[in-house]
Design a protein around this ligand. Structure first.
Ligand SMILES: Cc1ncc(COP(=O)(O)O)c(C=O)c1O
Length: 593
């Protein structure tokens, strides 16, 4: 068809298919740019789920009655759709699992563990998601096999020139992502598959970030296993697919045992059902599978097909790269020549933590991902704790990219203004360590002051977040020399350093200073410092911090993931306080004896 006759891709029409895209978040139109984490669901998928529960709900493969047979037929139909979608040789090679994580664990347990021997090698890449690292580390621990990683260059592209060095006769499995979730790099998996085939190694492809953005053809790829999650393909959560070659799947032992996966069970011996049932023990997510089938049909029905999807996402990537690369102080991480619609970045001048960026964007209705993106080794390779990531789907618009870029420019401008004020006000204090004074005669008294102020401001209609952020902005500075390995608090998603001392002239009072690269975490430090600084270690140990945090509405201020960081910080203070209590008791006993 000539280009001018092809129906134009109408992004507004597509957006109307996704009910959530016309909603608001924090009083602003939702700008959803976290498609790498999960995609939104079109009405067709939502309707399929509702229709199933309203009209077809019954357990599958078990009932002789019409309703069960109808549910079974719809479930089986979804498998046909999956097989067509990825061009599998046959539907039986498509196993329904919970998602990529379960698919990879299945292969690690059922293929790698019984097959690998000491000295065999599993090759991954430097960019893998934790779900394509940890299962292989576990398999390697159990078999004596060795995990190797194909390195990348500074743009986030794999070093294909070194394939000969990494794929050798020892390599038994190559497990690689198709597209990087953290950087967006599209890997040349065909070249890697060809190299693996030369030495007879199997290849597993993690297609999590491919299936919703590019067409997938497992036969053309020539890999042995391919997996994806439904929720990244506009389908429901809790369902995904492991595709594997029949010969391999037949030779592998079951992953889970239970109902539906057996041929016959006796006390003496159990025989297993043929694939795919052998790997689908128990009642599956029937509605999810049917919803996944609906998602596949939806994607296949997009006007203009894959060409239109790819073109739209490429336009978003180009526009975002152009706009973001001129935001002052911003550096894009991952600049590969072949990229999917992902822009990962850090703001370095002045440094703004990804947590702060994410929270400020959220207040403007913009949803992005922040942190290590379940790819910590990759972040380590770049020497950064994490990035902020905007990841696109074909329903995103150039205007949404503009909103993001404008908001980022606003963040940089605001932080630069604040920094210049801070530099002026601290100009005379550089190098001076100012240990804070106690804010009351006990942690309770100090806390009460904080709770009163907090309640007053809340009742006056102020944003409680501002109260906490202000505490952080007024923290006494932690000297750069105190930010080291010993003071670094592990377990926080942001960078946190904490140092303490016994307060001079006291038996067991504790002083501490801390700092973080994230404003909200600094706020938390402000709270802890207000309550604990200068207090006796035994009073600190006895104090109920959890109750204080509840009174300050912390559950609304900080995401669940960050709470483990809060705990890590509190635990560090408590362990220092316990050590100090012990020391002072020993001192007292020593002086008695
Ligand atoms: C590349 C990649 N692999 C694996 C996963 C894990 O997928 P799931 O959590 O759906 O199992 C993700 C999810 O973000 C991913 O991006």
């Amino acid at each position: 068809m000539a280009d001018n006759l092809r129906p134009a891709f109408d992004v507004e029409a597509v957006r109307r298919d996704f009910p959530i895209l016309s909603t608001e978040m924090n009083g602003r139109p939702l700008v959803y740019l976290d498609n790498g984490a999960t995609t939104q669901k079109p009405r067709a998928v939502i309707d399929a789920l509702v229709h199933y529960y309203e009209h077809d709900n019954a357990n599958i493969h078990r009932g002789v009655y019409a309703l069960s047979q109808r549910a079974t037929a719809k479930f089986d139909e979804a498998r046909l759709k999956v097989a067509r979608f990825i061009n599998a040789t046959e539907p039986a090679e498509c196993i329904f699992v919970r998602g990529v994580t379960e698919a990879i664990n299945l292969v690690a347990m059922s293929w790698a563990r019984p097959t690998l021997m000491a000295g065999d090698e599993i090759l991954l890449t430097a960019l893998e998601h934790h779900s394509n690292i940890v299962p292989w580390q576990l398999a390697a621990e159990g078999t004596g096999a060795v995990v190797k990683t194909l390195p990348m260059n500074e743009r986030g592209e794999l070093e294909y020139g070194r394939l000969g060095e990494f794929i050798t006769n020892k390599t038994k499995l190559v497990a690689i992502q198709h597209v990087s979730n953290a950087l967006g790099t599209v890997h040349d998996v065909e070249e890697i598959i060809a190299a693996a085939k030369q030495v007879g190694a199997l290849v597993l492809i993690d297609g999590a970030q491919n299936v919703g953005h590019f067409p997938t053809d497992v036969q053309a790829l020539g890999c042995d296993f391919y997996c994806f999650s439904g929720h990244k393909l506009f389908g429901p959560t809790g369902v995904g697919v492991l595709w594997g070659k029949r010969k391999l799947l037949e030779a592998m032992p079951p992953f889970l045992g239970g109902g539906d996966m057996i041929e016959e069970v006796t006390w003496a011996k159990t025989t297993y059902a043929p694939i795919p049932a052998k790997f689908e023990a128990g009642t599956p997510d029937i509605a999810g599978v049917i919803g996944l089938g609906a998602a596949i049909e939806y994607v296949e029905s997009v006007v203009g097909g894959w060409d239109a999807i790819k073109q739209q996402e490429h336009a978003l990537l180009e526009h975002a790269t152009k706009r973001l690369s001129v935001v002052p102080g911003l550096r894009i991480i991952g600049t590969a020549e072949k990229k999917a619609g992902v822009v990962s970045f850090v703001i370095e001048d002045p440094p703004v933590s990804s947590l702060d960026i994410g929270m400020t964007l959220d207040a403007q209705g913009i949803a992005v991902r922040t942190g290590h993106h379940c790819a910590q080794p990759l972040m380590d390779a770049f020497g950064i704790p994490g990035t902020t990531r905007a990841s696109f789907a074909f329903y995103n618009t150039l205007e949404e990219v503009d909103h993001l870029a404008d908001a980022l420019e606003g963040i940089v401008e605001e932080v630069r203004k604040r920094e210049s004020l801070r530099t002026q006000s601290h100009a005379t204090e550089v190098g001076v360590v100012a240990w804070p004074e106690p804010k009351g005669s006990s942690p309770d008294e100090a806390a009460q002051q904080l709770i009163d102020d907090f309640t007053f401001l809340k009742e006056a209609g102020e944003d409680p977040r501002d109260f906490i952020l202000d505490l952080g902005r007024n923290l006494p500075p932690l000297p750069a020399s105190e930010k080291n390995e010993a003071t670094h608090v592990k377990g926080c998603m942001s960078q946190v350093w904490l140092t303490a001392r016994r307060r001079p002239g006291t038996r067991d009072a504790l002083d501490f200073l801390a700092d973080s690269d994230a404003e909200i975490v600094k706020g938390l430090i402000g709270v802890l410092q207000h309550v604990f600084s200068g207090q006796s270690a035994s009073a600190i140990v006895a104090y109920d911090v959890a109750q204080l945090l509840r009174k300050l509405d912390f559950q609304n201020l900080i995401s669940v993931q960050r709470r483990s960081g809060v705990e890590a910080m509190i635990n560090r203070i408590l362990s220092i306080a316990r050590a100090l209590t012990k020391e002072s008791t020993e001192d007292t006993e020593g002086s008695k004896s």
